[in-house]
Design a protein around this ligand. Structure first.
Ligand code: HEM
Ligand SMILES: *[C@@H]1O[C@H](CO)[C@@H](O)[C@H](O)[C@H]1NC(C)=O
Ligand SMILES: *[C@@H]1O[C@H](CO)[C@@H](O)[C@H](O)[C@H]1NC(C)=O
Length: 307
């Protein structure tokens, strides 16, 4: 249990890093915890309450909120450009092919309107995205891993706030900055290094795929057309590949797929165990095994005395 706790908290800590690291270039310096303590003291409580309501209606929305923060931060820094609509049709980050099925915009809108009622024009959307990601993961833990939650004293993390919202959002920049699920380890590394993130960050942040979903379309080529010759990705465990083929039809039709099969509503070490067993769904998750250092981190994250 102790190790599992550590795995989970490493994941949390890394998320904080994501929020406060070089990714905040646009908002720049001046971030601090409790930035709104005087200007809007209820901001974080209102956000938590609204997100709790959303998650109680649809538990899967937690993953969506976490992913929104990631997509926001990887393009132009964490400045809410992921929320903007295009001035010209189809030209904003939302419209990029790499937006692949972002969800949860309505929850962010609800939080923003609720906060605006208390303190109009004070709290940035970028901060709301960061708070929402934190609260979503925290609430998941409270619901599903309540024992662990109490054991660790309900630890969460403080999100530094004070981000300013940007006004520019370009689909081209989303395509250039967001990693693709087809990336190999070299491409993933390069993509993260460009954001000032390390190989360890790559492994730990990929751990976000311990929750949430994808589609058969995303893994279609791994199953049916790996090198363009109707073949299957040899990096996939063969038994796992045939299980997936039963669900997913050639061409990408099929049900929603849990990224962490059998454990997609819990933030835990199971994802890393699956990756080690060649049961990672995305090419990019499987690729973490293809570098000695990332492999070592995957192993470390997957180790747990709880069987
Ligand atoms: C390392 C590079 C990454 C790649 C290539 C990647 C790619 C993807 C892809 C392809 C999906 C499925 C989307 C779909 O089916 O349309 C997905 C889902 C998701 N990603 Fe990532 N991702 C990466 C890193 C991250 C990071 C750093 C986070 C957050 C810290 C994250 C959080 C999520 C979540 C929570 C989901 C599930 C979303 C949902 O259920 O709606 N991902 N990712
Ligand atoms: C994501 O992009 C596709 C086209 O690339 C678009 O049809 C879809 O509406 C976009 N999703 C969101 C949430 O804007
Ligand atoms: C398989 O992939 C090749 C090239 O990568 C592409 O030209 C071909 O259309 C694909 N076939 C199917 C059935 O998707």
């Amino acid at each position: 249990m102790a190790v599992q706790t550590r795995v989970v908290s490493i994941f949390f800590i890394q998320l904080v890093l994501l929020a406060v690291s070089g990714l905040n270039r646009v908002s720049g310096a001046g971030l601090q915890t409790g930035f709104y303590d005087e200007s809007c003291p209820e901001a974080e409580t209102i956000a938590l309450k609204t997100i709790r309501q959303a998650i109680s209606k649809d538990g899967t929305i937690a993953a969506a909120l976490l992913r929104l923060h990631f997509h926001d931060c990887f393009v132009r820094g964490c400045e809410a450009s992921v929320l903007l609509d295009a001035a010209e049709e189809g030209d904003a980050e939302k419209d990029a092919s790499s937006n692949l099925s972002l969800r949860g915009y309505d929850v962010i809108d609800d939080v923003k309107s609720a906060i605006e009622k208390s303190c109009p024009g004070v709290v940035s959307c970028a901060d709301i995205l960061a708070l929402a990601a934190r609260d979503a993961v925290r609430l998941l833990r409270m619901v599903f891993v309540f024992l662990l939650y109490f054991q660790t004293g309900g630890s969460s993390w403080k999100v530094e706030t004070g981000r300013r919202d940007g006004r520019i959002s370009l689909s081209k920049e989303a395509d250039e900055n967001l990693p693709s699920s087809n990336f190999n380890i070299a491409q993933l590394k390069q993509n993260f290094v460009f954001k000032g993130l390390t190989k360890k960050d790559l492994v730990v942040l990929s751990g976000a795929h311990t929750i949430g979903v994808t589609s058969c379309l995303v893994i279609n080529d791994r199953l049916y057309n790996f090198t363009g010759r109707s073949d299957t990705d040899p990096a996939l465990d063969p038994t796992f590949a045939s299980e997936l083929k039963k669900k997913c039809k050639p061409g990408g039709g099929g049900p929603v797929l849990e990224l962490d099969q059998g454990s997609s509503t819990i933030s835990d070490a199971h994802f890393y165990k699956a990756v080690r067993q060649n049961r990672g769904l995305l090419t990019s998750d499987a690729a973490l095994l293809n570098d000695p250092l990332t492999l070592a981190y995957v192993k470390r994250q997957s180790t747990s005395p709880v069987k």
